[in-house]
Write a new protein. Structure first.
Ligand SMILES: [Zn+2]
Ligand SMILES: [Zn+2]
Length: 661
């Protein structure tokens, strides 16, 4: 009896057998997505292969419900990559395939055949400086060799990394190969699409969460069939099914958005290296503030370091002024007098200003002045945030919304006040202080409208706005030549989070956001307001001194035994019952300790500890951290799975988490 081998996206690492529909040659279903009955659910699964089974058990097999795809989507590379992901990020083959080939991707009723556009590419040639020329030549040389090579392109902000990317892509296309370009933020796709379309015409696709499932399907086939050669996109664009892949670029490689938190917890940078090797392609990691991991790799010659130490056209790096916020914590406003003065000056010269605060909403703390009661989310162990227009309390973790309380729920006092500053409050203050300024706010509240990204970008480009205010989504990549002043309202929002990466992130954030100023003919100035002006992350960022920062921070990591000096995994235990969560985590911890000892795995276990946010959406959260080498961590996970001792609870495993809280 002919049976199909099917990978189903469930956390069971085995192949399932189904019968092909009658009258269909099983060979024609291989590599396609199908709908199958799995228990009580109907799931989208992937047909890997077929075989002839004589087993009696085949009698019990179910027939697949439906073949979804007309074309086969799984290639040999897909299967091997899925195996790699399944092994290295501890998930099933089906789960791995589901992230490479989105299950939700939908075939349109009929595919509109678009003419393959062979239109003349109208290059808008830019003259490269000597550093850019050297970088491009080195990359071209390696493209020519047709073998894997990895580069770390470390270029200060506005050093012209984008031109290096474009010239490299141009060369790859001339070799009749394709290119993937990853960018960290959806807000930047507009800008990059703009630049790239000018250079490469319609040979480009955009891949991100904002495009529909039908668009995704069409794009997927276009890539697979070679109808387009360049894809620009967020993390999952790393799986673009190009046959003749020549170049992978990861811009702002230090960004944590390249790491998927949910299962499979893959890292697009690692996938890039894997695909680079598989396809004999060149991989470029670019950043003004590289991750410690990549820079260490470069120093150890695992990546070739290419540096762009100067801004293009000999422009100066911005001057960074650090201002102390001391005792400002509960003051009514967060803009220091010097900050206000510099904004006025820039406005009077008709220059643009970028104001950055990594906290949305109006005020992050709502407190009763009489008894000190702080308003927490009823479902999460975290403060609710006050938002204006409409005036509501919102939980940023579970989305819970409440009305502003008329009286304190503890002491019935009416004296309830809001403290601290979010972007909405800064906006109010800016409007009050600078009556004629046109301000655009871009943060998690406004960005939900896809068009707002475009509005922000185009509005700033066309000088319709004087001030762009926002959270981290405005901190990177944007290129506005008229922006002369950048204000970091509170540099401390990330500095003291209980996470081994929080210092590195603060340095990167200041470097990135500073880089938004002085990109045109005007010299840039940056204001950094902080309570910790002496902190080395702020000092080194102020002096544009990446290397000293790297040396100090890498030493910390070494001493505290954190990546890149070890690999790490986080096991999360989640349960609705607090006591149960505790019991399970204790039990799991002792099972793990026993396994580590019995098999001499040499791993260090930390925990079980309560998560930084101990309750989220009414689920209690504990975790166990495992440190050591990745091979043994994976082995431990396999042993745990095989031991069948897993306590019955929702347990998540994240390999190399970027966040341990
Ligand atoms: Zn009270
Ligand atoms: Zn909540």
């Amino acid at each position: 009896m002919i049976v199909l081998e099917v990978a189903v996206p469930v956390p069971l690492n085995k192949i399932f057998y189904y019968l092909p529909p009658e009258n269909i040659n099983p060979a024609n279903i291989v590599g396609k997505r199908v709908k199958v009955q799995f228990g009580k659910r109907i799931l989208t699964a992937y047909v890997i292969s077929y075989q002839n089974l004589t087993d009696k058990n085949t009698l019990k097999l179910k027939q697949i419900i439906e073949v979804i795809d007309k074309d086969s989507l799984i290639t040999k590379e897909t299967t091997e990559l899925a195996n790699y992901i399944s092994k290295n990020y501890v998930c099933s083959l089906g789960e791995a395939l589901a992230s490479i080939i989105p299950a939700a991707m939908k075939s349109p009723k009929r595919i509109v055949k678009n003419k393959i556009t062979d239109e003349e590419i109208s290059y808008e040639k830019h003259v490269l400086n000597i550093h850019q020329v050297n970088a491009v030549n080195l990359i071209k040389e390696n493209l020519q060799k047709n073998s894997f090579a990895g580069f770390l392109l470390h270029g200060v902000t506005a050093s012209g990394k984008t031109e290096v990317y474009i010239n490299s892509i141009e060369y790859a296309l001339r070799q009749n190969r394709s290119a993937i370009m990853l960018i960290p933020e959806i807000s930047l796709t507009v800008q990059f699409a703009d630049i790239m379309t000018k250079r490469f015409g319609t040979n480009i696709g955009l891949w991100h969460s904002g495009i529909s499932n039908i668009e995704k399907y069409i794009l997927f086939l276009k890539m697979k069939n070679g109808n387009i050669k360049i894809i620009i996109g967020a993390r999952s664009a790393i799986f673009s099914p190009f046959k003749n892949l020549g170049l992978i670029i990861i811009d702002e490689e230090h960004e944590q958005t390249y790491k998927q938190e949910q299962k499979p917890s893959y890292d697009a940078r690692e996938i890039a290296k894997w695909r680079g090797r598989y396809n004999n392609a060149v991989v470029i990691f670019g950043s003004a503030s590289p991750s410690l991991e990549s820079y260490k790799d470069a120093l150890e010659k695992k990546l070739t370091l290419v540096e762009l130490n100067e801004r293009i056209d000999k422009r100066k790096l911005p001057e960074i002024k650090v201002l102390t916020l001391k005792n400002r914590l509960f003051k009514s406003n967060l803009l220091l007098p010097e900050t206000i003065e510099l904004i006025s000056k820039a406005l009077s010269k008709r220059e643009q200003i970028i104001v950055f605060l990594n906290r949305r909403g109006y005020s992050p703390t709502i407190m009763c002045r009489k008894c000190g009661n702080v308003y927490q989310c009823p479902k999460c162990s975290i403060s609710m945030v006050f938002h204006k227009n409409p005036d509501l309390l919102k939980c940023h973790y579970c989305g819970e919304i409440k009305n502003f309380p008329p009286t304190c729920s503890v002491c019935k006092s009416k004296d309830i006040a809001v403290f601290g500053t979010g972007t909405q409050k800064v906006e109010d203050e800016l409007i009050k202080l600078f009556k004629n300024a046109k301000i655009f706010r871009l943060d998690g509240d406004t960005a939900s409208l896809k068009t707002n990204y475009e509005k922000a970008y185009k509005g700033m480009k066309n000088e319709e706005y004087n001030i762009l205010l926002g959270t981290q989504m405005i901190a990177k990549g944007f290129d506005f030549p008229k922006a002369s002043l950048v204000c970091v309202i509170d540099a401390d929002t990330s500095l003291y989070l209980p996470n081994f990466k929080s210092v590195e992130r603060t340095f990167q954030l200041i470097t990135q956001v500073s880089g938004r100023s002085g990109r045109g003919d005007i010299n840039g100035t940056v204001i950094v307001q902080t309570n910790h002006p002496q902190h080395y992350a702020i000092e080194y960022a102020k002096n544009h001194d990446f290397l000293s920062f790297y040396r100090t921070e890498i030493e910390q990591r070494k001493q505290l035994f954190y990546p890149p000096y070890c690999d790490i995994a986080k096991i999360s235990i989640k349960n609705k019952n607090e006591k149960k969560a505790e019991e399970i985590s204790e039990k799991l911890f002792s099972i793990l300790i026993d396994l580590v000892e019995k098999y001499k795995l040499g791993l260090k276990l930390l925990g079980p500890a309560t998560a930084y946010i101990s309750k989220m959406n009414n689920i209690y959260r504990k975790h166990i951290i495992i440190k050591g080498c990745k091979e043994n961590i994976i082995k431990l996970m396999e042993l745990l799975e095989n031991s069948k001792q897993l306590p019955g609870a929702f347990i998540g495993i994240e390999i190399m988490p970027s966040d341990l809280t």
